[in-house]
Design a protein around this ligand. Structure first.
Ligand code: NI
Length: 138
């Protein structure tokens, strides 16, 4: 394990109470681990928004495959960005609906672009992009 540096944090009692409730709900063992994750989460978000660093992520979409041309459109977008789409998982949820999870890798701005195109495609009912660190910076 890396050497850790200790530092003091001051906050209002009410805020600390809410934070302790949060860490219990999220099953954190202690405040330090929760604070580390919150900091990492914010730094990853910042890096990603700047679009300059490599990131990895998942794009989840739910759509009706009976919608005309939608499957072609979604497949076309993925092929256009084949270098960034590492893997896909397709689940036939029911007679009409499909769930697709794409694992993507690349510059933050590129990942965001792919996600925006897929999620905004007409007929996609729900979509969510989750960006994570490529693991090299934290
Ligand atoms: Ni399907």
């Amino acid at each position: 394990m890396e050497k850790l540096t200790r530092f003091g944090v001051s906050m209002e009692p009410e805020l600390l109470k809410e934070f302790d409730k949060f860490i219990t709900e999220r099953s954190y063992k202690n405040r330090s681990e929760a604070i580390r994750d919150l900091i990492r989460d914010n730094l990853i978000k910042k890096d990603w928004e700047e679009g300059s660093k490599d990131a990895v992520g998942t794009i989840t979409i739910v759509y009706n495959h009976h919608k005309q041309k939608l499957t072609d459109t979604l497949t076309g977008i993925q092929h256009e960005h084949h270098a960034s789409v590492i893997s896909t998982l397709h689940v036939h949820l029911d007679h009409h609906n499909c769930l697709e999870v794409l694992v993507v890798k690349g510059k933050g701005s590129e990942i965001r672009n792919i996600s925006d195109q897929l999620i905004s495609a007409k007929g996609v009912k729900h979509g969510k992009l989750i960006v994570a660190s490529s693991g090299n910076d934290f």
